[in-house]
Ligand binder design. Structure first.
Ligand SMILES: *Cc1c(COP(=O)(O)O)cnc(C)c1O
Length: 372
């Protein structure tokens, strides 16, 4: 019996809805360069995310990369290795130096108690990640940034639509970068956005995403091409109409997983933080082999044999990537190393059947007894 479940499945609106949405593009022939759909989506997201300032981009990676460029930074950026390649690459591609801070063992976000010891006179910014939608300790990060005069850019790729203490996650730090990639809670096929505090940063982002063009005869920055096109914006308009319903479906599945797994010793589950309205983006489980009896890699293989494809998010750590040729020492971030070696992200997407969650949990619990 073929039984293939992947860790996620991209959300799509009904096809007719999308066709209706893009129909006007055939009238205007305006396909990209901040057209009608782009402007409409930007306004819709401003409302939905409850922010004053937002700039749309071609993807979440360019949101990070262009934000760092727009800030004109030089020197070292304190960040986390427990993230997707994009976070670290955005730093390195700006000729900045990543300095890796360890993570908190419960939330997997940056361990704020370890930030200050990493600050040097070359430190210019902090780039934390709201990993799995777990919100960083923004109060402490703010305090440190203020004390040392550092910029704060959040990688909020996992935190679409979340609030912390009733306030939109897009309102923390100098800027928060979102990803609207196909695999995320909310997608525009490919896409991203930056929510920012100061007007000036928005103007720079607007120009940088269009080659640094300031006026018809004036190019005053070495920008790139990072604009969101009309077809992606139209997809975003459609998907935004359904995203609340999708998050509700995710919540039900999340709760079912929790119910099935919470009493098993040796599994660390990702509890929703108090004060956070979650988007239920991921279901990471950290396996303690000495208690659970089976390692993360064994569970991964066992599920894969049954046609269930989980992901080792986030393994390997970015500070161990081959492209960095041993420039960083993974022993500097022992908690991140430990979690990366033990974590597995289970399938979670809105039209996953609750019976599939049961089957996945049954297999996960059974594999302890089938160990060869
Ligand atoms: C997805 C992701 C990104 C990059 O977003 P893209 O839209 O794929 O470019 C950056 N950071 C994290 C943590 C992500 O998960």
């Amino acid at each position: 019996m073929p039984y293939d479940i992947y860790v996620t499945k991209a959300s799509l609106p009904p096809m007719e809805e999308y066709i209706e949405e893009v129909r006007s593009v055939w009238d205007t022939h305006w396909l990209t360069n901040m057209g009608e759909k782009h402007e409409q989506l930007q306004n819709m997201l401003k409302d939905y995310l409850d922010v004053d300032n937002i700039e749309l981009l071609v993807n979440g990676h360019m949101a990070l990369e262009m934000t760092l460029q727009a800030m004109n930074l030089q020197g070292e950026v304190i960040t986390t290795p427990f993230t997707f390649a994009s976070t670290t690459h955005a730093i390195v591609r700006n000729n900045l130096e990543p300095v890796f801070c360890d993570i908190d063992e419960q939330t997997y976000t940056m361990d704020v108690g370890k930030i200050e010891s990493l600050i040097t006179e070359r430190t210019c910014a902090i780039l934390p990640v709201h990993v799995y939608g777990n919100i960083c300790n923004t109060e402490e990060i703010d305090r440190i940034a203020h004390k040392y005069g550092l910029k704060v850019v959040y990688d909020a790729a996992h935190a679409f639509g979340e609030t912390y203490k009733g306030k939109s996650v897009g309102l923390y730090g100098d800027a928060s970068c979102f990803s609207f990639h196909a695999t995320k809670v909310y997608n525009t096929i490919e896409g991203g956005a930056v929510c920012y505090r100061r007007e000036e940063l928005g103007q720079k982002l607007y120009e940088l995403k269009n080659f640094g063009i300031h006026g018809p005869e004036d190019v005053n920055a070495v920008g790139a091409n990072a604009k969101m096109n009309e077809f992606c914006a139209a997809m975003g308009i459609c998907n935004l109409r359904h995203v609340d319903e999708e998050i509700t479906k995710r919540k039900k599945l999340y709760e079912h997983y929790m119910e099935r797994l919470k009493d098993t010793a040796g599994l660390q589950l990702n509890w929703i933080q108090s004060d956070v309205r979650s988007n239920y983006a991921y279901f990471p489980v950290v396996f303690d082999e000495t208690i659970f009896g089976v390692s993360r890699n064994e569970v991964y293989d066992y599920l894969a044999e049954a046609g269930i494809y989980t992901r080792k998010y986030f393994y390997p750590l970015t500070n161990t990537f081959a492209c960095f040729e041993n420039r960083y020492n993974v022993n500097d971030t022992p908690v991140a190393r430990k979690v990366a070696n033990r974590v597995l992200t289970l399938p979670l997407y809105p039209d996953l059947d609750v019976r599939d969650v049961d089957r996945i949990c049954n297999l996960l619990l059974q594999c302890r007894f089938d160990k060869k």
